[in-house]
Design a protein around this ligand. Structure first.
Ligand SMILES: Nc1ncnc2c1ncn2[C@@H]1O[C@H](COP(=O)(O)OP(=O)(O)O)[C@@H](O)[C@H]1O
Ligand SMILES: [Mg+2]
Length: 312
């Protein structure tokens, strides 16, 4: 019997366009001999999803950022008793919040860049901040993604403008020490029994200051090298941190942690609970390198979601 899959896509976050693209490619890749696939844009189709909930075997959430990756949609699916791929309400909410994630990394001895937390009502002294963290400093909204609202600040005089940009999106902002090094991303597959996939090295074209929105989504703007060109010892360390981060943040199914390697040190930046899912996105690429095709990956994520739902 075919399984009925609800593909949740679109939504209302700033990553709507990315979500529609992922959703379309996932739709194409899902094996129609196994699945009947129904698409729901969470911007307009939530009433329809609620009405049809009893007919759905599992959902694939292809929404990034707030109202999709942050536990809200996961909560709705829990209420509707629909299994879904990836992290549950808790893991999604914790991972979406870069401050909560960093606190749990610290608790589990997973290294991440030094940071300070700033509230909109604070009056941060730029020179004091620069003295505490050293320059450059990365200013980022606590919640969000795709590098939106983020600035790399090189002189303390540029801090106020960077804060303004980040505070426009979030009442709490992180100021983080900038780590100069090689950027990698580490993918993990599994609920409790975790498989670390090959690492991908991320090399944005020279004219991008960092892996920003454009570098992320412009075709050819970034070289993605798999496996990452680092030693086997560093590879093992990064994979270990990725598995530890997955567990520390109560993730399920899959996750992808972004990291920077500086010499022998590795710093974890964040953990993504709904990584990009176009066929050429980072997670599917890592899976491919481990011999798992895009279609097989989707099968596996659906299975893991149903399993997690059963074991709740
Ligand atoms: N502390 C840091 N040091 C160096 N580069 C950083 C740092 N934080 C973020 N970046 C750069 O910004 C990009 C986006 O940051 P990240 O924390 O992964 O947020 P998101 O991907 O959710 O927007 C990273 O991929 C990296 O290129
Ligand atoms: Mg990232």
């Amino acid at each position: 019997m075919k399984k009925t899959i609800a593909l949740l896509l679109g939504g209302i976050s700033s990553e709507r366009a990315v979500s529609l693209k992922s959703g379309e490619q996932v739709y194409q890749a899902l094996d129609k001999n196994k699945y009947e696939v129904r698409r729901y844009d969470t911007k307009t189709d939530i009433p329809k999803l609620v009405a049809e909930a009893a007919q759905i075997d599992a959902a694939l959430i292809l929404l990034h950022g707030p109202y999709g990756e942050d536990g809200t949609v996961q909560g709705l699916l829990e209420l509707l008793d629909i299994p879904y791929q990836g992290a549950g309400v808790l893991g999604s909410a914790l991972s979406m919040n870069k401050l909560a994630a960093k606190q749990l990394y610290e608790h589990c001895a997973i290294p991440s860049p030094a940071y300070m937390v700033l509230k909109r009502t604070d009056q941060p002294d730029p020179d004091q901040l620069a003295a505490r963290l050293g320059l450059p400093i990365v200013i980022k909204p606590t919640t969000g993604g795709s590098s939106i609202g983020m600035t790399i600040v090189r002189t303390s005089a540029d801090l106020p403008k960077a804060f303004e940009k980040a505070f426009a999106l979030d009442g709490t902002v992180l100021a983080e020490a900038y780590i100069k090094g090689l950027e990698i991303t580490a993918s993990v597959l599994g609920n409790d029994d975790l498989q670390a996939l090959p690492l991908i090295e991320i090399v944005p074209d020279q004219h991008y200051e960092f892996f920003d929105y454009e570098a992320k989504y412009t075709a050819g703007a970034t070289q993605e090298i798999c496996p990452a060109r680092i030693s086997s010892a560093l590879t093992a360390k990064a994979q270990k941190y990725a598995c530890q981060a997955h567990q520390a943040l109560y993730c399920k199914g899959y996750s992808r942690s972004d990291m920077i390697v500086r010499g022998d040190e590795i710093f974890v930046l964040e953990t993504n609970t709904i990584p990009g899912m176009t066929a050429t996105s980072l997670f599917p690429q890592a899976a491919q390198a481990a011999g798992i095709s895009f279609g097989q990956l989707l099968d596996r994520l659906i299975e893991l979601g149903i399993q997690a739902h059963r074991n709740r």
